[in-house]
Design a binder for this molecule. Structure first.
Ligand code: ARG
Length: 599
């Protein structure tokens, strides 16, 4: 529940050396025994010991050592039969102790079962102590140095459509930024706006004929978009085209009047973006944009020329040769024939400027995969320019989503999506009889609906394309964000109902039912799951962990009631609930979804 363990998702200090994490202390204990038998340093073994995933077929073992991963380092390949034999031989040489109560051999693994009471006690204590920071302090992260990460995401284009790709970039980027921050890294969140280019020439002219100052103030994004659509229709005629070109030229020449109009469009748009992002729980440290790098791009062209990297084509454009054989078979165009810069030139300037300003350790760009080539070229040119840090730039790309429509039709604004999800969820809530009265149904519908949207998007690999469906996303059963929020609210209310007592003298021998053990075993895996997501930046590991946790919670809720049980039993079950409620809250926060307490 709220109020424990800080839980702000803000930077946490990474402890020096290892810490006593529940799963960690078990892994270490197993590794130390193994290290004596195998004559290998325990640190090398810890990585090969993992918590066994909880599945429908109940298992007793809690941890397993993968034989393949320890011999990988020493000898070559091994047959499955060989591996099994080795596992058996190793298992025979190991002994149970105060931590491990059973050891067995499986196909290629040695399995360890932790003393049942110790398991319950250690996990519950850890969860209580760390609250929503459970898992974060694991020694799996203690060897990772604290870094400064720039995460650039969302980056819509002013006066143009905010499409599903921008929405995905927003939630994926926010996930990455949150995850890094929670793990103790310093994060700079940048929104790189499309705030320059011919569209502003058109807007400047369009506003004179179709603009309305009141509307611009009250809903800038909508109004600018409308003006843009209208002027685009009008721009068929040569005269309007010429006027737009003239206006844009004025901007590039820093004409004061033109710039002040542009500035107003930009400022008002950002104000509205900030308000809408807030509904998603998203914020940025910096709103930069292409405009800012317009001039710096000229310096980049000069640098490219000085380094002998800029080549002129017959058409008069400027290119950088990226081919291996230097035969111009792959080039990147960085300059128009009139000497002006392009999208990639501004990105070159932006990357160099961010390095100067932030001296980051890693920089991540989040966009759909259609821009993969662009970023590969960007990193290659930076490398050719002699910036070795280009290797620390990363493009996190994601697949395309089809079919997201609102009742108003095609998605044009982020706000449309947010309103749609809220109203659909509200409707679902009112039509289900089981929904209890909530304090603020609109707010609940928004939080739950957003979680649904995010979970639907995060369930698969980011690179996969998918067909969007409101019905599927907003289902209350099955693997959805609705189910996740529902579980969270249920645990929270259980906690409220039975007080907030800490785990003091609870009798863990009362927490030995298979359904209780499954929850404990699942909690043991959390630091590994977190580690995996932090390595490949895929949210799906955390999402599937959370969904399983919710299913296990639903089962335990049914089979292990708190109400009506003997006091000692009720007390320990209740401490369990508080514990995993808190742990779940921490991981829900790692996603951009905001946990919902009342429902
Ligand atoms: N504004 C661009 C678009 O909507 C995305 C910007 C991505 N970031 C970048 N540094 N190029 O396609």
């Amino acid at each position: 529940g709220a109020g424990r363990g800080g839980g702000k998702g803000s930077a946490v200090e990474l402890p020096p050396g290892g810490v006593a994490m529940a799963a960690g202390c078990f892994r270490r204990s197993i590794a130390s025994q193994l290290s004596k038998v195998l004559d290998l340093p325990p640190e090398n073994l810890i990585k090969s010991i993992s918590a066994v995933p909880v599945s429908k077929k109940r298992h007793v073992a809690d941890f397993q050592l993968s034989i393949a991963s320890i011999i990988e380092n020493s000898s070559g390949d091994c047959s499955a039969q060989d591996l099994h034999l080795q596992a058996q031989q190793l298992a025979e040489r190991l002994q149970c102790d105060s931590v491990v109560s059973a050891i067995s051999a499986g196909p290629g693994t040695v399995n360890f079962t932790i003393n049942r009471e110790l398991l319950a006690k250690t996990v519950l204590q850890q969860v209580w102590k760390d609250g929503s920071e459970y898992g974060v302090k694991s020694e799996l992260f203690s060897t990772v140095p604290r870094q400064k990460a720039v995460v650039e995401f969302s980056s819509p284009n002013i006066a143009k459509k905010f499409h599903i790709g921008h929405l995905r970039s927003t939630i994926v980027g926010n996930f990455i930024a949150n995850l890094k921050a929670v793990l103790g890294h310093e994060v700079v969140r940048i929104n790189y706006l499309g705030d320059w280019g011919m569209q502003f020439g058109l807007l400047g002219v369009g506003f004179q004929s179709f603009g309305n100052k009141e509307k611009l103030k009250s809903s800038p994004l909508q109004h600018l978009f409308e003006v843009y659509v209208q002027i685009n229709k009008a721009a068929e005629d040569e005269n309007t085209k010429k006027l737009a070109k003239d206006f844009f030229r004025k901007l590039e020449e820093h004409d004061e009047q033109a710039l002040s109009i542009w500035q107003q469009f930009r400022d008002l748009s950002i104000e509205e973006y900030i308000r809408i992002y807030k509904r998603l729980g998203v914020h940025f440290d910096e709103y930069s944009g292409e405009s800012f790098y317009q001039e710096k791009a000229q310096e980049v062209l000069k640098m490219l020329e000085d380094k002998g990297l800029l080549q002129k084509t017959i058409k008069g454009t400027g290119v950088v040769d990226l081919s291996e054989k230097k035969d111009l078979s792959t080039v990147s165009t960085v300059m128009r024939s009139d000497g002006t810069s392009l999208y990639i030139t501004r990105d070159l300037a932006a990357a160099i400027d961010r390095m100067n300003k932030h001296s980051w350790d890693t920089m991540i760009y989040v966009t759909d995969k259609s821009q993969s080539n662009h970023f590969q070229h960007l990193f290659q040119i930076l490398k050719l320019m002699g910036y070795d840090w280009a290797e620390r730039c990363q493009h996190v790309s994601f697949g395309l989503v089809q079919g997201m429509k609102t009742r108003r039709g095609e998605v044009v604004f982020l706000e449309d999506v947010l309103n749609e999800v809220r109203s659909r969820m509200l409707q679902n809530m009112t039509s289900t009889k089981t929904t209890k009265e909530t304090q603020d149904p609109v707010e609940t519908a928004e939080k739950v609906g957003l979680a649904a949207l995010i979970i639907q998007d995060f369930r698969g690999l980011l690179s996969s394309d998918y067909q969007f469906s409101w019905e599927r996303a907003l289902q209350s059963r099955g693997d959805t964000g609705v189910f996740l929020q529902y579980t969270h609210a249920r645990l929270h209310s259980l906690e409220q109902m039975h007080g907030n007592a800490e785990l003091t003298d609870v009798n863990v021998s009362c927490l030995q039912e298979p359904d209780a053990i499954s929850v404990l075993q699942h909690l043991l895996r959390y630091d590994e799951v977190l580690h995996r997501s932090s390595q490949d930046l895929q949210p799906k590991h955390i999402v599937s962990y959370l969904l399983t946790l919710s299913h296990l919670a639903a089962v335990a809720h049914k089979t292990l009631p708190v109400k009506g049980s003997a006091p000692a039993v009720a007390q320990v079950r209740h401490s369990g609930v508080g514990g995993w409620g808190a742990a779940q809250e921490g991981s829900v926060r790692a996603l951009p979804a905001q946990p919902c307490h009342h429902w």
